[in-house]
Design a protein around this ligand. Structure first.
Ligand code: UFG
Length: 327
């Protein structure tokens, strides 16, 4: 059993990662300040409460567990909030990651898998985005993640800290066994908000913008199932443990769906109407973000097996209807 330090292991993606890490024979050690995560999402290994910016606490954790690698999920991740409060993003995401990297280097931990985002690309002329596309983020969230990517490259050159960077597209769905799932407060993501509207927890979903330059006027995103996404992290960890070079991978399916198309799918899966209103654009949103890369498939052997909209919505709906949702 190898200890793997999972920052943000009490959050949506981190908790799913802990499940697949444990299934792959690792011990996931969750490090989370519970600012956006949930203690009862930590079900597959030890929990250590702490903040990324707390160097003393990180030093204790590295000494106590001697992790073979870090999976670094912990971050603030709301685009709209990042536009209103950029300082929070530079502090928590950038300064927090710097503290984590310094602690890892001092402890002799030389492998890290980092959660980056397609938001580092920003608005592009090209329809599809691959890992070599320029990174011009249009919001502070994307800027904070791009800065951490730069930091990782510098730490590799100077200290030999090997990294795999995953640039996520839109993560959705939940554990099909509904042991863990998506639970953000406040919730800002399309699919859980839509399911709240379906079962009356909120009045209606608001579509943010219907005048984009897309076929139906609404934003297009590349949705990837959270279980597929975290399986890629286990492959990324194997990649580093096999001694391969640091690498960046997009994690998306290459197929985009508009907000209206996702609404139609949700109606089909749940068998109910999705009440919605048409509203103005949301600050910081790109019109279209779709992965144009098969690098993760070609090099990591990643196969996104669950990432169809009906499957993601069905798993999110099962989780939504489970008792766990009512915390
Ligand atoms: N949307 C609505 N109404 C809502 C919520 C979302 O119309 O109430 C739309 C958004 O405008 C967007 C799409 O649904 O077009 C998806 O929105 P999400 O908020 O679910 O996801 P984002 O695309 O904004 O965010 C995701 C990740 C971020 C990442 C970003 C890149 O959650 O971490 O992609 O743009 F930065």
């Amino acid at each position: 059993m190898t200890n793997i330090l999972v920052t943000g292991g009490a959050g949506y993606i981190g908790s799913h990662a802990c499940k697949v890490l444990a299934a792959a024979g690792h011990t996931p050690v969750t490090y989370d300040n519970l600012s956006t995560g949930w203690a009862d999402a930590v079900r597959f290994g030890p929990f250590e409460k702490g903040d990324l910016t707390d160097r003393n606490r990180l030093d204790q954790i590295f000494a106590a567990y001697q992790p073979a690698a870090v999976l670094h999920f912990a971050a603030l991740s709301q685009v709209g909030e990042s536009m209103r409060e950029p300082g929070l993003y530079w502090h928590n995401n950038v300064a927090g990651s710097l503290t984590l990297l310094q602690a890892a280097v001092q402890a002799g931990c030389d492998k890290i898998v980092f959660s980056s985002t397609c938001a580092t690309y920003g608005e592009q002329d090209k329809v599809v985005l691959d890992e070599e596309s320029p990174q011009n983020p249009i919001n502070a969230y994307g800027a904070s993640k791009r800065a951490i990517e730069d930091m990782l490259r510098d730490f590799e050159a100077a200290h030999g800290l090997q990294h795999v960077i995953f640039r996520y597209f839109n993560v959705a769905g939940a554990d099909p066994e509904a042991e863990v799932g998506e639970y953000h407060r406040p919730e800002t993501h399309l699919i859980p908000l839509m399911l709240d509207a379906v079962d009356g927890k909120r009045d209606a979903l608001t579509i943010f913008g219907t005048d984009y330059d897309t076929p139906d006027g609404t934003c297009i995103r590349d949705y990837v199932h959270v279980m597929d996404l975290v399986e890629a992290h286990v492959l990324g960890l194997d990649w580093l443990q096999e001694g391969k070079d640091s690498r960046v991978f997009n994690l998306g399916t290459g197929t985009g769906f508009s907000v209206r198309e996702v609404i139609e799918q949700a109606a089909a899966v749940t068998g109910r109407d999705v009440p919605y209103l048409e509203g103005p654009r949301r600050d910081g949103d790109c019109s279209k973000l779709v992965s144009g890369s098969s690098r993760a498939e070609a090099e990591l052997g990643w196969r996104p097996r669950h990432s169809t909209p009906d499957r993601m919505i069905a798993d999110a709906w099962r989780w939504h209807q489970s008792g766990h949702y009512e915390k």
